[in-house]
Design a protein around this ligand. Structure first.
Ligand SMILES: Cc1cc2nc3c(=O)[nH]c(=O)nc-3n(C[C@H](O)[C@H](O)[C@H](O)COP(=O)(O)OP(=O)(O)OC[C@H]3O[C@@H](n4cnc5c(N)ncnc54)[C@H](O)[C@@H]3O)c2cc1C
Length: 561
């Protein structure tokens, strides 16, 4: 049996940052179902928010984030995010991150939505890619052990304490148990629950679903972010940096319609506001045929587009056939980010002993009902580092948890039957891809930017039906290497669990706040709904309860831009 004091699951920014902070202090390993540098963090373009300029202030960053969250973000956690930010940006620089520079040599910063100041540090529009590669090189240099293409299947719990995990080694088609004193989950989001999403294929919410099944609490799952500008048809993200550098949104009449919705911020209003504005333009007939609007960079000049937005330009040319320096890009909103996740405190501790979490999989509640652009990358490095530091402080002094050998044996038997036994329990000729497509269509059409009670009720009923179908699906079993069909089957199970929780949470929340917009309850209702939603697993399915929001400096007020 493999043993590590701290097992970090996820090789994206949160996981690698945690690993950097454990290394040298405790024995750590990083497990990742995709090779670490292919983690989704590498797709991030826009940048990392942090207060670096003299005119900006931590207080302003905290306020923008609280307001952006529609007052559902926990202010204690937001203070930590914003205060730790500048130091972490400089730490990354010392590790070798080549931040883009201003003319005077300082780290350059650009405007992203909802920020009152150009606050995002960036490396052209390859920000996530550059930092991910730097962290991975540093982790290798420090001798952090990695297990690439190993899939977490189950978190093992005995007497209420986490003691290890069941893993599937994809290349060797083999099950493994890794024992650990602490597990840090950094497995990212669940974007693939939606048909229209900016997220990569690996974003199937595994960590959230596995932690939930093991007894951890999920919070605020009804809050799902839809990014306003994705390429029409493919939903490849066109970074907010394009609007940060001065891009305009125009409807089919050529109008800069954001003047109607957020005259003070225009295209740089927060994402929930801009996504709703685009949908409304399209719904009311001012979109282009086929339901899209334009993102126009043509006035910025070829030089600026080439220097500051090279990836945006390349993506638009490759996937839409338009050069954005010359022709406006067709765009539509799509699912982008998971505000909800495994509930943690500001040190990454969950309610389940031995389990920690950081990054998009976690809900430390810095984004509340709506995340601001640039705050998620910051969250991964700030809270990844904090989780790593805490794990390194605790793990060496902790005894190895006692484990009954039956717990391990039972888990292994169960997974062996599913993963490695010859195809035995195929009771239908239904298939996992049909179930997945139906789920993702329901989520996009009925649990999207605009929601209604009637549609959500129908979505919950249909998702329950899909879960029943899922139980009877044929499983692509067999001990062959790289059995992606099997992994896909397991991931669909995770997505179904999470989709049901999201839809049920959205149905229960009878108000509109941030990214959760109910056409039948269009007002924010602080009297009844200024609280978090906690979801717990039970034999009867998910059960929900309410949790308090930390409000320290800024009292809720009406949110306008
Ligand atoms: C296209 C795009 C652009 C973005 N741009 C920005 C931006 O400019 N600024 C910003 O602030 N935010 C941005 N975001 C959001 C931000 O990039 C993500 O929220 C963040 O990178 C998530 O990092 P993470 O470390 O939590 O997870 P990820 O980077 O998604 O990494 C997850 C890791 O977990 C591993 N994993 C998952 N499941 C398992 C399993 N079962 N077993 C083993 N390993 C597993 C994966 O292999 C991977 O290594 C963007 C998001 C997208 C989709």
């Amino acid at each position: 049996m493999i043993m590590h004091e701290v097992l970090i699951v996820g090789g994206g920014l949160a996981g690698l940052m945690a690993a950097m902070n454990v290394s040298g202090k405790a024995d750590a390993a990083v497990l990742s179902k995709v090779y670490p540098t292919r983690s989704h963090s590498g797709a991030a373009q826009g940048g990392f928010n942090a207060v670096m300029g003299e005119d900006d202030s931590i207080e302003a960053h905290v306020f923008d984030t609280v307001k952006g969250s529609d007052y559902l973000g926990d202010q204690e956690a937001i203070e930590v995010l914003c205060s730790d930010g500048p130091r972490v940006i400089l730490d990354l620089e010392r590790m070798g991150v080549p931040w883009t520079r201003a003319e005077d040599g300082r780290i350059a910063q650009r405007s992203l939505g909802g920020a009152g100041f150009p606050r995002a540090c960036f490396a052209a529009d390859f920000s996530g890619h550059v930092v991910l590669h730097t962290l991975y090189e540093q982790a290798l240099k420090r001798g952090v052990k990695t297990y690439p293409e190993w899939h977490l299947l189950e978190i093992l719990v005995d007497k209420g304490r986490v003691f290890g995990a069941v893993i599937y080694d994809l290349a060797r088609a083999r099950l493994e148990v890794i024992r650990a004193k602490r597990i840090v989950l950094a497995t990212g989001g669940y974007g693939r629950a939606f048909l229209k999403t900016t997220n990569g294929h690996a974003n199937t919410g595994d960590g959230m679903a596995i932690a939930y099944r093991a007894g951890a609490v999920l919070s605020d799952m009804e809050f799902v972010q839809f990014h306003p500008t994705t390429l029409y048809g493919t939903n490849i993200l066109i970074s907010e940096a394009a609007r940060g550098e001065g891009g305009y949104l125009r409807n089919a009449l050529g109008e800069r319609f954001m003047a109607e919705y957020a005259p003070g911020k225009m295209e740089l209003a927060p994402r929930d506001v801009v996504a709703r504005a685009i949908f409304k333009e399209i719904k009311e007939g001012r979109g282009f045929e086929g339901h899209y609007v334009h993102l126009d960079l043509t006035h910025l000049g070829e030089r600026l587009v080439a220097e500051r937005l090279p990836q945006v330009r390349d993506l638009a040319i490759r996937y839409s056939g338009v050069d954005p320096a010359r022709v406006p890009m067709p765009i539509e909103p799509a699912q982008h980010y998971s505000m909800g996740g495994v509930r943690t405190d500001v040190w990454g501790m969950t309610g389940l002993e031995g389990l920690m979490a950081a990054g998009e999989v976690a809900n430390v509640s810095v984004h509340g009902a709506n995340r601001l652009g640039g705050n998620s990358l910051l969250e991964t490095v700030v809270f990844g580092a904090r989780a790593g530091r805490k794990a390194a402080e605790l793990a060496p002094g902790e005894p190895w948890p006692d484990v009954s050998s039956n717990t391990v044996k039972d888990a292994l038997d169960r997974w062996n039957r599913l993963c490695l036994a010859p195809s035995a329990h195929s009771r239908s000729d239904d298939d996992q891809f049909a179930v997945r497509r139906e789920m993702a269509t329901i989520m996009t059409n009925q649990v999207g930017v605009f929601r209604t009670g009637v549609e959500l009720e129908d979505a919950v009923a249909r998702l329950e039906g899909l879960r029943k179908r899922y139980r009877d699906l044929p499983v692509p079993v067999g001990p062959q290497p790289f059995n992606y069909g099997l992994m896909d089957y397991i991931e669909v199970g995770h997505l179904l669990d999470l989709s049901e929780i999201i839809a049920r949470g959205a149905l229960a929340r009878r108000e509109s706040r941030g990214a959760h917009y109910r056409l039948d309850f269009p007002q924010r209702d602080d009297r009844n709904w200024l609280h978090h939603t906690f979801a717990h697993t039970t034999d009867r399915g998910p059960e929900f309860s309410a949790g308090p929001v930390s409000i320290t400096r800024f009292q809720p007020q009406e949110r306008g831009y």
